[in-house]
Design a protein around this ligand. Structure first.
Ligand SMILES: Nc1ncnc2c1ncn2[C@@H]1O[C@H](COP(=O)(O)OP(=O)(O)OP(=O)(O)O)[C@@H](O)[C@H]1O
Length: 252
């Protein structure tokens, strides 16, 4: 499909590959850097994702499934374009609201208020729009008494609340949710589920990483199953969950 005509919220991934080094100490040395065009392959390099291709239409809700360490978070970071592939192309139409790390990109020494302003501003919200939504965001996060508290002094559950409240209020057409809901308490989770359903009803594209079969089936229509660096199945979510359970003997 021509990138020019691809609608907002669409994603195209072609022959994606990313290479990591297992051991941080084994970084490239000077010899590797200046020792000619073909760098020696280090034995501790590996490809958490390789030869991965798929297309996502606007408004699709994709569940990403796989065991620990199979590249789910890495895939979301590539879609969010906070990581670049070593092979292939990730093309994303429109902005991405990434709920991909508990920190949500927040700055430790800034207050809750300043972090909300900063994150919303970075995603293109005007000062006026932020001011209009500020109370609602803080109310959703239930952090009214912590508005002037430095972010680093929040509990981990409070950090997740703040991240979810801000990120889910952005206008971006694509939203990425990586496992963060696992941290919240039950009443907060229930609010998040309702918010995700509203976002989906509003036509957002969702990437949802979860180990909860119930959550995957609740929100997602399609699944991507990652295993040993490959996309082993791209199919309706029920089929993907069934295959994963058959492979690894997991019960919902
Ligand atoms: N920046 C990095 N440098 C080196 N290795 C990394 C880096 N980030 C992730 N990895 C490794 O890449 C692999 C894939 O990690 P990733 O976090 O994408 O897995 P995941 O499927 O999201 O796992 P989980 O279910 O445990 O969250 C793992 O082996 C991990 O150790």
């Amino acid at each position: 499909m021509d990138a020019e005509v691809r609608p907002e919220g669409a994603i195209s991934v072609r022959d994606l590959g990313i290479r990591f080094t297992r051991n941080r100490a084994a970084r490239r040395n000077f010899k590797d850097l200046f020792g000619g065009r073909t760098r020696r392959r280090r034995p501790d390099e590996f490809w958490p994702l390789r030869n991965v291709s798929f297309d996502v239409a606007p408004g699709e809700a994709i569940g990403v499934v796989g065991r620990n360490g199979q590249g789910k978070s890495t895939l979301l970071k590539l879609v969010a374009q906070v990581m670049l592939p070593d092979e292939g192309v990730v093309s994303v139409q429109g902005g991405v609201a990434p709920l991909i790390e508990i920190t949500g990109g927040f700055v430790n020494d800034l207050t809750v208020r300043d972090n909300v302003n900063l994150t919303a501003g970075l995603h293109g919200m005007t000062t006026r729009e932020i001011a209009e939504r500020f109370d609602e965001i803080i109310g959703f996060a239930e952090l009214e008494k912590f508005v002037d508290t430095p972010y680093k002094h929040l509990s981990s559950g409070m950090k997740v609340r703040l991240a979810f409240a801000v990120i889910s209020r952005l206008e971006e057409p694509i939203i990425l949710v990586d496992e963060v809901l696992a941290v919240g308490d039950a009443p907060f989770k229930a609010k998040c589920y309702t918010r995700i359903e509203e976002l989906l009803a509003g036509g957002r594209t969702l990437f949802f990483v979860s180990h909860s079969e119930k959550d995957l089936l609740r929100f997602c229509t399609r699944g991507l199953y990652l295993d040993k660096g490959r996309l082993v199945l791209d199919a309706p979510i029920r089929e993907v969950v069934a295959r994963y359970n058959a492979d690894y003997g997991v019960k919902g």
